[in-house]
Design a protein around this ligand. Structure first.
Ligand SMILES: Nc1ncnc2c1ncn2[C@@H]1O[C@H](COP(=O)(O)OP(=O)(O)O)[C@@H](O)[C@H]1O
Ligand SMILES: [Mg+2]
Length: 290
């Protein structure tokens, strides 16, 4: 079997808290294959961003390993493109200049014109061909996020890590940007891992949806394979008989996870006092873990 492009192996994360060490993730295992689009869903606070930021190299790992193209991740690097809820652009620079900042670092040997062409190409792909020279401060939230997506793709990373990239957008813009992301991703085929709260977004975009158990000690609870062919149209996906089956599976999982008792950070209890039925146990949905 092919080695995954991105692999989490028994990953653990412990944060310090006033009550003592707080184990957010414990034994998080996941392999994401080259060219795959994987979404991670789970309740707020279960550790989704923590997992993603460790893969980005922006957060230390407390235990286990994360490999990118078989190399252990030990820090941040241009082989990972990260898209957050808000894209942190430099407001006094234009859309083009903001994308160029990254491109200049990744293609230092290209000519200035080549680098500008790359930045302009990706901005055009995300629908900003007419706004290349607009200052970031003059762009709407949706346009800023388009710049964020263009910037991430322009770096040609091995993997894209997206943390609720559409979380700040109104529903219409959200839907538009999902299409933009899907279209650019489909031509570039960059391995992508996206954290989202949104079940419909996860189904529409993903090859697999990873369901995380509620924390503490969260891990992968189940994985749902989304069988829709690509390229996808929202209409076809929503009219497909499997759509409601997938949706039902994800919602059942989330509702099951919600009934688990522990949500708030608490210090790890000594093992003798641990409740055998607490939220650290993966939820069994009858499908084998991948
Ligand atoms: N830097 C930190 N220090 C201490 N606790 C943290 C820190 N970052 C996150 N946490 C806690 O870890 C848990 C998981 O956080 P996070 O990964 O942001 O969850 P999610 O993205 O799933 O909402 C939460 O309970 C959060 O309060
Ligand atoms: Mg988060």
């Amino acid at each position: 079997m092919q080695t995954p492009m991105l692999q989490f192996e028994k990953v653990c994360k412990t944060y310090p808290s006033p009550q003592g060490p707080y184990r957010v993730l414990d034994g998080f295992d996941l392999g994401v294959h080259k060219g795959e689009f994987v979404s991670i869903i789970g309740h707020s606070g279960c550790g989704k961003s923590t997992a993603l930021m460790m893969a980005a190299g922006l957060l230390d790992i407390s235990g286990g390993y994360i490999f990118l193209a078989a190399q252990e991740i030990t820090g941040p690097g241009p082989d990972r493109g990260v898209v957050f809820q808000s894209p942190s652009l430099l407001p006094w620079l234009t859309a083009l200049e903001n994308v160029l900042l990254g491109v200049d670092q990744v293609y230092p040997h290209g000519t200035r014109q080549q680098r500008r062409d790359i930045a302009a190409y990706y901005l055009t792909r995300v629908g900003l061909g007419d706004s290349l020279h607009k200052k970031a401060s003059d762009l709407s939230t949706g346009m800023k996020q388009r710049v964020g997506i263009a910037r991430a793709f322009a770096l040609k990373p091995k993997v894209l890590l997206l943390d609720e990239p559409f979380g700040m957008l109104d529903s219409l813009t959200r839907v538009e940007l999902q299409e933009v992301l899907l279209e650019v991703w489909y031509t570039e085929k960059i391995t992508a891992v996206m954290v989202t709260h949104d079940v419909d977004e996860a189904i529409f975009l993903s090859d697999r949806v990873v369901m995380m158990t509620s924390g503490p000690k969260a891990r992968v609870g189940d994985i749902l394979k989304i069988g829709f062919s690509r390229p996808r149209s929202r209409k076809d996906v929503m009219e497909h008989p499997d759509y409601y089956r997938y949706r039902g599976r994800l919602i059942d999982f989330l509702e099951g996870a919600e009934k688990k008792p522990v949500e708030e950070p608490k210090a790890d209890l000594p093992s003798s006092s641990k409740n055998k039925n607490n939220a650290s146990q993966p939820i069994e949905l009858g499908e084998s873990l991948v």
